[in-house]
Design a protein around this ligand. Structure first.
Ligand code: GLA
Length: 733
C-alpha cells in the first residue's frame, strides 16, 4: 500500500542551477510506503524532489513519518534512498555515472510514481530524474506481501544523444538505524563453500564481493544477514535483515557505518573493470536485490526467503526432484556401457529414481579420459560407449529410472577440436598467455555466436536420447586474463555481458525445455545465487561429500536457500576429498537434509550396507515432501558445542522431520541431548518415530507427545559417540 499525503503541485519552480540555467519543479512532500504483511519500507519525497529513506523494519503507520525532518548526518544531501555520486552526497554511491564531457555529477529528483497490484505482489515504481543531463532512473520495489520479501531493481535510461558510462549501478540501497550491527556472511573455497562468519560492523566500509567472472560464489556468496543491536547471531529472536543479490556475475555489497549510528547497505553488480557504456537512447536494468526483515532472528529471515523462493523464484519450485545415483565418485572417467548398466541395475535395486552419467562420456579426436582433453567436443565417445547414449538412457528407463547427463558447455580444453576450430571464442587478453585452470579455458559468452553454440550444445545433447530427463550443467573455472575478442575496445562490457549472455542462453533453453531438470554445478557450489535459480532446479552444493564437512556447507546454504535446491549425496569412505571416515548412517542422516543422492560405486557395498541403503532411501521417500516444502528451523548452530540439530515442519504443522547430530565427542551425549523443537503446534499431539533403526536412541520413540512437550527441552535423544545421528518423523494425530 502506498500512503500519498498530497498530490504534487505542478510547475512550481523553486530552484535554479545557475551554471546550467536548469530549473527543477518543486513537488509536494509526501510519504511513500512499500509494505508487506509484517514489514514497512518508508520513503519520503522532499519539497525539492529528493527521495529519502526513513525506515526499514517492522510494520509502522507510515503516515506518522510525514512530519519527520530529514536526517542530515554526514552529507548535506541527507539519507538518499538511492544515492548517486554528485551534488552534496559524499558517501558510497549506489549510482555513479560519467557523462561524455567527463563529469561525474548526478542529482536525482522525484518525478512521479506508480503502484501495481499483481496477485500477492505489489510493485512500486518511483521515477527520478537528473534535470541537467536528462538521465531517468526508475527505482522498482516489488513487495511479496505474505512472504515479507521486497525485491528491488533499478532501470536507468540515457535519454540524451551522447553516450555515458555506468561506473557503478547497484540494484538497491537500504539504510538502517540501530546502535549495533552484526554482519553475518559466508566465505569459502573449493570443497569448503558457505563457511559462516559473523563480525561486528565498525565505522567505515566493509565489502563482500566477487571478481571471479564465473564461479562467483565459490569464495563469497552475494548474501548476508545484518542483526540489529546484538553481538551474536540469534536463531529465533531479534531483528535481522537478510539480503541476497540475484546475479551470477561479479558482485559487490557494501556496508557503510557512519558516525550517526546509521548503516547503509548497497548491493549490486560489481563495478570492477566494468565502466559499462550506455549510448544515447539506451537503458540498463539491474538484477534484483532481495531484501527481507524478521523479528524472529536468522530463522525467520531464512524462512521468509525459502517461502518466497519456492513460490516465486525457483524454476519448478513446487517439484520434488528425484533421488539419484551419480557416476562421478563411483567411476570418474573410466567406464564402459556395462559399467553404467550395472550401476543402473544397482540404483534400481536400491530404490533410487534416476541415474546421472557424469563427466567422461564425450570426445573422440580428443577423448575425455581425464580433465585434460575433449571439453568442447560434445560427441559420444565411441570407444567407451559404442552403443551410444540412447542405449544407456533407455536402459535406465527400462529399469524405471530417469536418466541424467553432465555437460560443461561454457568451457573448452586446448586439446579439443573446438579450440582448434574457434580460437577466437576463447576468453583471452591479446598478446598475453591464456592461463589454464583444470586444463581448460573459458568461452566468451559475451559473443552472440558463442551463446548460439552453448545453446546448440544443450539442444543437441538433449536430442541424443528422448530418455534424457536431467542435465548437470557444470562450470569449473573462473575468468582470468579477462578479455573478449568479440568486444573489441569495449572490454568494460565483458563481465556483465558474460552473465547476461548466460541468462540469454538459459532463457532459450527454458523456453524450449521447461520441464527438463537442470542442476547448476560449478566445481560444487560456486554458482549458488538467486539469478541462476530462475532457470535451474537445484544446485550441487559442494564437491565435498564428507558428512561432517557437509553439515557446515549445508548450514551456510540454508541461511538463504531452501533445502529443495540442495543436491546432497552419500559417498564412500575414506571420503575422496577429506579422507575422513564417518558411519554410513551419519552420511545418510546428513544427505537426507536435501535432495538425496548417492555418489559411489554400489558394487563395493556389502549386502548389509545395500539393505541399509534401501531402508534409508525408502524412509526418505516417506518424508521428503516435508524437506522440499516445509519450514526450516535450525536447532542451534554447528559452530557451537558438540551437538547440532535442525528440522522441517509442513506449513500446516501436521508433520515434521527432525535431524540430530553429534559433531564432537561429548560424554554428556550418552545421557540424552536436549533439543527444543520449533515450529510445532503446542496443543497438537505428534507421534514420534525414529527412522532407519531397530532400537531408538530416545525412550519416547513410537509414542505421542504434545508440541508443547517436544518444544520444552524434554526431547533428549542419546548421541553417545562421535558421528551419532538420528532422524525422527513426527506426525500429528
Ligand atoms: C566438477 C563437479 C563434479 C564433477 C566433476 C566432473 O568438479 O563439481 O561434481 O561433475 O566436475 O569433472
Amino acid at each position: 500500500m502506498v500512503v500519498a499525503s498530497v498530490t504534487p503541485a505542478q510547475g512550481r519552480k523553486v530552484k535554479k542551477f545557475v551554471h546550467q540555467n536548469v530549473e527543477i519543479p518543486s513537488v509536494e512532500p509526501r510519504i511513500l510506503c512499500v509494505e508487506t504483511a509484517n514489514t514497512s519500507l518508508v520513503l519520503a519525497v522532499r519539497e525539492n524532489g529528493a527521495l529519502h529513506q526513513l525506515h526499514y523494519g517492522s510494520s509502522v503507520p507510515a503516515a506518522e513519518f510525514a512530519g519527520m525532518k530529514p536526517v542530515i548526518g554526514r552529507y548535506s544531501s541527507g539519507i538518499l534512498a538511492y544515492p548517486a555520486t554528485g551534488g552534496r552526497y559524499l558517501g558510497e554511491p549506489a549510482l555513479h555515472i560519467q557523462y561524455a564531457d567527463g563529469n561525474h555529477n548526478t542529482e536525482l529528483y522525484y518525478t512521479g510514481h506508480k503502484v501495481e497490484n499483481r496477485q500477492g505482489v505489489v510493485s512500486t515504481c518511483i521515477s527520478l530524474k537528473d534535470y541537467v543531463t536528462g538521465l531517468e532512473v526508475n527505482l522498482v520495489y516489488d513487495a511479496y506481501v505474505q512472504e515479507d520479501i521486497i525485491l528491488q531493481h533499478v532501470e536507468v535510461a540515457n535519454t540524451g544523444k551522447t553516450p555515458l558510462r555506468l561506473l557503478n549501478i547497484a540494484s538497491g540501497a537500504l539504510h538502517l538505524q540501530a546502535d549495533k550491527y552484526l554482519l553475518s556472511h559466508v566465505n569459502g573455497a573449493w570443497a569448503k563453500e558457505m563457511q559462516f562468519e559473523s563480525e561486528a560492523l565498525t565505522h567505515g566500509i566493509k565489502v563482500i564481493e566477487s571478481k571471479r567472472g564465473t564461479q562467483t560464489t565459490q569464495c563469497e556468496n552475494p548474501a548476508f544477514l545484518v542483526s540489529l543491536n546484538t553481538q551474536e547471531l540469534q536463531e529465533e529472536s531479534g531483528e535481522v535483515i537478510g539480503g541476497a543479490l540475484a546475479w551470477s556475475g561479479n558482485f559487490r555489497i557494501s556496508f557503510e557505518r557512519g558516525p550517526e549510528k546509521h548503516l547503509s547497505i548497497i548491493g549490486g553488480v560489481s563495478p570492477f573493470a566494468s565502466a559499462y557504456p550506455l549510448a544515447g537512447g539506451e537503458s540498463f536494468r539491474t538484477p534484483d536485490m532481495v531484501w527481507t526483515y524478521s523479528a524472529n532472528g536468522a530463522g525467520g529471515v531464512s524462512r521468509n526467503l525459502h517461502r518466497w523462493a519456492l513460490k516465486y523464484r525457483l524454476h519448478n519450485g513446487d517439484r520434488i526432484n528425484p533421488t539419484l545415483l551419480n557416476s562421478w565418485e563411483g567411476a570418474y572417467f573410466t567406464f564402459t556401457t556395462q559399467t553404467l548398466t550395472r550401476m543402473i541395475d544397482d540404483a534400481a535395486s536400491m530404490g533410487l529414481e534416476m541415474f546421472v552419467l557424469d563427466d567422461g562420456w564425450f570426445g573422440n579426436a580428443f577423448p575425455r579420459n581425464g580433465d585434460n582433453a575433449g571439453l568442447g567436443d560434445w560427441q559420444v565417445n565411441s570407444t567407451k560407449l559404442p552403443e551410444g547414449i540412447d542405449y544407456v538412457a533407455s536402459y535406465a528407463h527400462s529399469k524405471g529410472l530417469k536418466f541424467g547427463i553432465w555437460i560443461e558447455p561454457e568451457m573448452v580444453n586446448p586439446d579439443s577440436e573446438l579450440a582448434h576450430n574457434h580460437p577466437e571464442w576463447v576468453i583471452q587478453s591479446q598478446g598475453r598467455e591464456i592461463y589454464q585452470e583444470r586444463n581448460q579455458w573459458v568461452l566468451d559468452l559475451a559473443n552472440p555466436a558463442v551463446q548460439d553454440f552453448v545453446f546448440s550444445i544443450f539442444d543437441s545433447v538433449i536430442k541424443l536420447s528422448p530418455s534424457i530427463d536431467y542435465v548437470k550443467w557444470d562450470c569449473n573455472r573462473p575468468i582470468e586474463s579477462a578479455g573478449s575478442p568479440y568486444l573489441g575496445i569495449e572490454q568494460d562490457k565483458l563481465y556483465i555481458d558474460y552473465a547476461q549472455g548466460l541468462y540469454k542462453v538459459m532463457e532459450r533453453i527454458r523456453a524450449k525445455y521447461p520441464s527438463v531438470l537442470i542442476q547448476c554445478c560449478s566445481s560444487g557450489g560456486a554458482r549458488v545465487d538467486y539469478g541462476q535459480l530462475q532457470y535451474f532446479d537445484e544446485v550441487w552444493a559442494s564437491d565435498d561429500t564428507d558428512g561432517l564437512e557437509r553439515i557446515f556447507i549445508q548450514y551456510g546454504t540454508s541461511l538463504w536457500y531452501p533445502a529443495a535446491i540442495m543436491g546432497s549425496h552419500v559417498s564412500t569412505v575414506p571420503n575422496h576429498q577429506s579422507r575422513n571416515v564417518t558411519p554410513l548412517k551419519f552420511r545418510f542422516d546428513v544427505a537426507c537434509q536435501g535432495r538425496l543422492g548417492l555418489e559411489l560405486q554400489p558394487k563395493y557395498l556389502s549386502a548389509d550396507e545395500m539393505k541399509f541403503v534401501n531402508r534409508c532411501v525408502s524412509s526418505y521417500k516417506g518424508y521428503r515432501d516435508i524437506v522440499f516444502t516445509g519450514d526450516l528451523y535450525r536447532l542451534g548452530s554447528p559452530y557451537e558445542g558438540s551437538f547440532y540439530g535442525q528440522m522441517y515442519v509442513t506449513p500446516d504443522k501436521s508433520r515434521a522431520v527432525v535431524y540430530c547430530y553429534c559433531l564432537h565427542f561429548d560424554v554428556l551425549g550418552g545421557e540424552g541431548v536436549p533439543f527444543r523443537l520449533r515450529g510445532l503446534d503446542p496443543s497438537r499431539k505428534y507421534k514420534v518415530v525414529e527412522q532407519n533403526v531397530d532400537s531408538s536412541c530416545w525412550w519416547g520413540n513410537g509414542q505421542s507427545f504434545s508440541g508443547a512437550f517436544l518444544s520444552s527441552g524434554a526431547f533428549k535423544p542419546a548421541l553417545p559417540s562421535l558421528y551419532s545421528s538420528a532422524i525422527f518423523l513426527l506426525e500429528a494425530e
